[in-house]
Write a protein that binds this ligand. Structure first.
Ligand SMILES: Cc1cc2nc3c(=O)[nH]c(=O)nc-3n(C[C@H](O)[C@H](O)[C@H](O)COP(=O)(O)OP(=O)(O)OC[C@H]3O[C@@H](n4cnc5c(N)ncnc54)[C@H](O)[C@@H]3O)c2cc1C
Length: 543
């Protein structure tokens, strides 16, 4: 560990390595502020790594929440430009089924236009032609500029750019308290969650970007930020069923969004208030699987017979404002709290609410507030400056190994040429399902804070495909062991943890081919390789 990280007095410390924290670190660093980003585990372990990955057009909120709808469409257009390789621009349909009220469509379209969303009523037959998987009994369809976004790569691109602009980054460092001097927050107490070591870091301003945990972080500082923890469960299907997002044209309800992304499709979501004490221990119940499947099949009937890869759940960081039991009517608008004017605590800001897709705007609002307190005049440039990988340069196609080339350009955009691809070995596949090459794994280890298989999965999708790590885990473990100079025992433990974690997401949907795949994995790793059997103690499921 570089001890000088703890000796410096920063302008800004940001708590939370989700999209909001990473985006805020990027914005602060781009405006010339000395910045430290701290995350208690790995990046994207909060809600950022547990959502649909829907690049909202804002249409979903148009009728009930114009503010969020406008924020979404504004950011939708910006992300298409600044985050090109991390976004899929395939549009979406809002369909009306015979059991729905077709009159809602008119109100819906009007509200979309009011928010600046280009919503177009189309003939149901045309909708079927555009998206053949859609329920053919539909009686109405509206086309909107929905898309999808990869939250993992988006967040890492922000982290990378923050670092390129001088920010320091600490993962596995949890904020356990605050340094207070003369009624002002002067920094944070940290615990290294790997070694247990205790540290402190100082800054003029601390920004709480800890998502749903922001309420607990604020509590440590003696201020109240009332949150509404709304759990949502989702299912991932084994292949890409649809090419456009399919939504129900009605008030938001259970399982009414079907989002394609990479090689898979995600159905979501449920929405239930959960106690704040439980947010670290989310798992998907059989009842949730049932409702997601039965409602999902109404959007695209093929879902009823498509293999389900896994289930996972996340908790939305909604700001409490009423007694809505599900949290569906709470605004997804951005909330930025100046604790100096609100609570008399100088040096502390909370940025919360919002959505994955408004992360950049959230970062801008929080950084504007920090800059005005520090007397810094620099304007925000994140809406017009492409993220790493998203610039306009062209990437030359090689003569050989096109599969690996397409996969690395698809995932890393114009950063792809920095991935080693000189020979057959570097181009050979470690993960066949997601076409991850040896060179891409090495690149992630070197540049993306990777030391474990689970971190590798979040950076390059290794183990996220049909076999859920069955074929690639062992090969990737070999590369990690050598590159990170780990002992065999250490890597075996990492491998066991990775496989256990994969199993946790398969368990709630463990029937048919998913169960067969899990059994084969267990035979390979447990019976042949002697790796410890999956533990059912911790059942929190990751995407
Ligand atoms: C089921 C579901 C579906 C969703 N679907 C979509 C969607 O399709 N599109 C969309 O735009 N949005 C969606 N959202 C909303 C979106 O996921 C969130 O709004 C967004 O990801 C929040 O990001 P964040 O960075 O603010 O919080 P998080 O991603 O939760 O990040 C907070 C981070 O803070 C860290 N942390 C907590 N305490 C500490 C501490 N003491 N010290 C250091 N670090 C700490 C956590 O480990 C975590 O990594 C969905 C949310 C859910 C739950």
């Amino acid at each position: 560990m570089n001890t000088s990280i703890f000796e410096k007095h920063y302008d800004i410390i940001i708590i939370g390595g989700g999209a909001t924290g990473a985006g805020t670190a990027r914005d602060c660093a781009m405006r010339g502020l000395s910045t430290l980003l701290v995350e208690r585990y790995d990046f994207t372990t909060g809600a950022t790594g547990r959502n649909h990955g829907l690049l909202h057009s804002g249409a979903r909120y148009a009728v009930t929440d114009q503010e969020s709808a406008t924020e979404c469409i504004d950011e939708n257009m910006i992300l298409r430009y600044i985050a090109k390789p991390y976004v899929e621009e395939h549009d979406g349909l809002f369909i009306t089924l015979p059991e729905d009220d077709l009159a809602y469509q008119e109100k819906f379209v009007e509200s979309c236009w009011k928010a600046g969303i280009n919503a177009k009523i189309i003939d149901p037959k045309e909708a079927i032609q555009m998206e053949p998987s859609v329920n053919p009994t539909l009686i109405g369809a509206v086309q909107v500029p929905d898309g999808s976004i990869d939250p993992f790569r988006l967040t890492m691109a922000n982290v990378l750019d923050a670092q390129l602009h001088g920010a320091q980054v600490l993962t596995y460092h949890e904020v356990t308290g605050f340094i207070m001097e003369n009624g002002r927050m002067m920094g944070v107490y940290l615990r290294d969650n790997i070694t247990g070591e205790k540290r402190e870091a100082r800054a003029e301003i601390t920004i709480n970007a800890a998502g749903i945990w922001g309420t607990l972080v604020a509590r440590m500082a003696g201020v109240n930020v009332s949150m509404f923890p709304a759990k949502g469960s989702l299912l991932i299907f084994g292949h890409r069923v649809n090419n456009m997002v399919i939504n129900r044209c009605r008030k938001p309800a259970n399982a009414d969004i079907l989002v394609p992304g990479d090689a898979i499709t995600v159905i979501g979501t449920t929405s239930d208030r959960v106690p704040i004490e439980s947010v670290d221990d989310m798992h998907v119940t059989p009842e949730e699987v049932e409702v997601l499947l039965s409602e999902g099949a109404k959007l695209a009937p093929a879902l009823a017979t498509t293999r389900i890869l896994r289930a996972y759940a996340g908790v939305r960081p909604l700001v409490a404002s009423d007694n809505d039991p599900s949290g569906r009517s709470i605004s997804r608008g951005i909330v930025c709290l100046d604790h100096e004017t609100r609570d008399g605590l100088a040096g502390f800001i909370t940025i919360t609410g919002g959505k994955l897709m408004t992360y950049r705007m959230m970062a801008e609002v929080a950084t504007d507030m920090a800059c005005s307190k520090l007397g810094v005049q620099q304007k925000c440039q994140t809406a017009t400056t492409p993220l790493p990988g998203s610039d306009k340069s062209t990437v030359e196609e090689p003569e050989n190994h096109l599969y690996a080339f397409n996969a690395r350009v698809g995932r890393h955009g114009t950063l792809a040429p920095s991935i080693a691809a000189m020979d057959d070995y570097q181009n050979s596949l470690v993960c066949e399902c997601e076409e991850v090459s040896v060179g891409e794994v090495a690149h992630a280890i070197e540049n993306m804070h990777v030391r474990t298989l689970t971190q590798l999965r979040r950076r390059v999708r290794l183990g996220m495909g049909t076999c859920q790590g069955e074929l690639c885990a062992l090969r990737a473990a070999g590369i990690l062991c050598a590159s990170c100079k780990k002992s065999i025992e250490e890597e075996m433990a990492d491998l066991a943890e990775f496989l256990n974690e994969r199993w946790k997401g398969m368990y709630p949907v463990g029937w048919g081919s998913t169960l067969s795949e899990a059994q084969l994995t267990s035979i390979i790793y447990q019976d042949l390789c002697g790796i410890t059997s999956p533990s059912m103690k911790d059942r929190r499921q990751e995407p």
